[in-house]
Write a protein that binds this ligand. Sequence first.
Ligand code: T1G
Ligand code: NAD
Length: 708
Amino acid sequence: MSDLVQLTKIDGIAVVTINNPPVNALSAAVSKGIADAVAQIEKDDTVIAVVFIGAGRTFIAGADIKEFGELTSGKIICRESLKPLLVRIEDLRVPVVMAIHGTAFGGGLELAMAGHYRIALPSAQVGQPEVKLGIIPGAAGTQRLPRLAGVAKAVEMCAEGAPVKAEDALKCGILDRLVEGDLLAAALALAREVLAKPAAKTRERNEKLGAPDRNAAIFAAARETARKKQRGLLAPLAAIDAVEAATTLPFEQGCQKEEELFTKCLFSDQSKALIHAFFGEREVAKIPDVPKETPTRGVNSVGIVGAGTMGGGIAMVFANAGIPVLLKETDQAALDRGLANIQKNYANSVKRGRFTQQYVEERRKLIWPTLDYGEFAGVDMVVEAVFESMALKKEVFGQLDRVCKPGAVLATNTSSLDIDEIASATGRPQSVIGTHFFSPANVMRLLEIVRGASTSKEVIATCMQLSKKLGKVGVLVGNCMGFVGNRMFGPYRREAQFLVEEGASVEAVDTALYDFGMAMGPLATGDLAGLDVGWRIRKEFRHLQKPGIRQPLIEDRLCESGRFGQKTGAGWYKYDENRKSSPDPQVADLIRQWTSEGGIAQREISAEEIVDRCIYTLVNEGARLLEEGIALRAVDIDIIYLNGYGFPAYRGGPMWYADTVGLKKVCERIREFQQRLGIWWEPAPLLQRLAEKGKTFAEFSSRQSAAT
Ligand code: T1G
Ligand code: NAD
């Protein structure tokens, strides 16, 4: 028996324990271990029943995703299908009980459904999250799940991939019993209870497979939802096809159909990109020079300065994590405005069913308004979110340095200003750090954590750990203007404006990027965030603009005419009272007037050129940030863009996408733009080098990580 799978016997009941920390992933070795255990049980007539259970914190969190990479890269040529083994378990002559705690996800749930009974702790979760990896269940999950939970539930679980709480899993028939306390004991008791009962094999339970006409409506609705909510993703539609096969084909043929669809998804670029994103979210948490055991400071109370768009959202983030918040503004009116906004946002969350009224009331009680810096004396951390002005921020940090206790973390939510200069307003630059939330802060998952030259490792470790507690993806970046996300976003939006100046319509630019998979086009995004935010920053840094370098002219002109976007009802688009956008012929007229005054020639521009210019300018700036060490790894840039800028996860992020296209091709296209458009398109040195050597950003980063 392998260490990964132990077989023991308790009063004639065989207990199979899977022990592959940290999440008991179903690797090839674990599957082999289970197969060996089943073989022994098949031969042992003294076995009266079987219990499967996971060691450690969970049942089985699915197949070992790491092994997929080896398969799709051709390192290993074929994978041992789990399906035959699951049929052997299902066909065992004695009752098989699956004892579930933690998570039974993917292959873990598929194994559990091959058992005859499933018992779980109330805290357990089950699910088929494979679509989040760009694949579908590959071990008959799409065939057994509808037989246990019904067609509608199975489609929802396989196409959306969301976890299901134990209570709901019991209600829909996936689980047979919930139990508190000693799970193994309860599983053994259940096994003894059902000894005399004939074992119900899931694959033979067809009573829940529904009627063709009703099923047709379910599948049609699911496909429509998938096309809307999971725009551009292949796997959700494939999962629906596979579950549909369960209702139209016998079990074995349904499994074959699933296998075809699974393999097609697994070898798709989308799946490789989504698996990159999965591991990327875990890798960005690892900081080479800030080891896991670095001490951290407790953050059990926080002060927030400024209750505007960001301050209010940040207050909700901390309150939602159960951390009491002191929220300070300049005067009562501003404070009341900020609190009213928070109230409105919470009310929307209740309306949308995200939170209960009771939850919201508890959270609201954690947010305390104040006008007095003195009340910050005891807080563990302060996040400043006042206007984007260096002078104002330094004045605020000077105040904080005077009132806050030693050891308090002093963070700024600046989206572009120099952290070191802000820190210079205090006598404790080692406690100053950037915590750059994204709007709306209570929704966006990204937290760009900016280390200053003096920021201590303890403060960095504290904020990285805190980001997980706040439900955010924390990514550590270096200090430069706009850090990683905004420094890349500037050229991206600049290129979008240039394309409009050269003849592409506002709608054409946004549609091209939207069709590429961006959550929103670059110009509409500007209207959402407020065109005045960028305008204020451009005015603040006008003195840094290199002479002779083309600058976009339209957005400044729009702002000068009071068009700040959604907040003023007009920007690149016009907006009705519900902020619904529509093309504005007046803007098209203004653009024609301004570009002819500027002598800019107009021409037909393809969607392909629009996408290449906007995306490759991201890649080029990303390469500079990697070479400067502002971004630790290429994957950090990808995770920033997937979680903060609406970059499509199924393309893996700008740097992964460039690797997928091939850096040689990307570099050639950029050189072509340099020839045709101007010097700002000069390829980044790192990009040129990697392109010449036929290397990728991923290889560059893994070499970097290995060197540190
Ligand atoms: N395979 C390999 N490694 C995994 C893994 C997996 N399935 N799940 C987690 N890890 C690693 C992870 O990279 C991290 O490593 C460590 O475990 C702890 O994870 C046949 C084909 C279970 C909810 O999609 O959702 O089954 O960074 O930090 O926050 O049909 O992990 O420490 O080196 O995430 O407590 C389907 C994936 C697979 C579930 C725990 N299953 N995992 O969250 O810990 S496809 C999934 C999760 C499949 C079958 C198909 C979460 C978790 P490191 P963690 P966590
Ligand atoms: P905002 O204009 O909506 O809010 C700023 C608030 O700060 C105002 O309510 C103002 O009354 C208050 N304030 C000003 N001086 C103060 C002081 N001395 N003490 C207490 N309160 C004071 O601005 P915002 O959009 O929330 O931006 C705040 C910060 O967050 C800026 O640095 C901005 O760059 C950054 N940021 C903004 C966004 C965004 O999308 N809006 C995203 C990320 C970061």
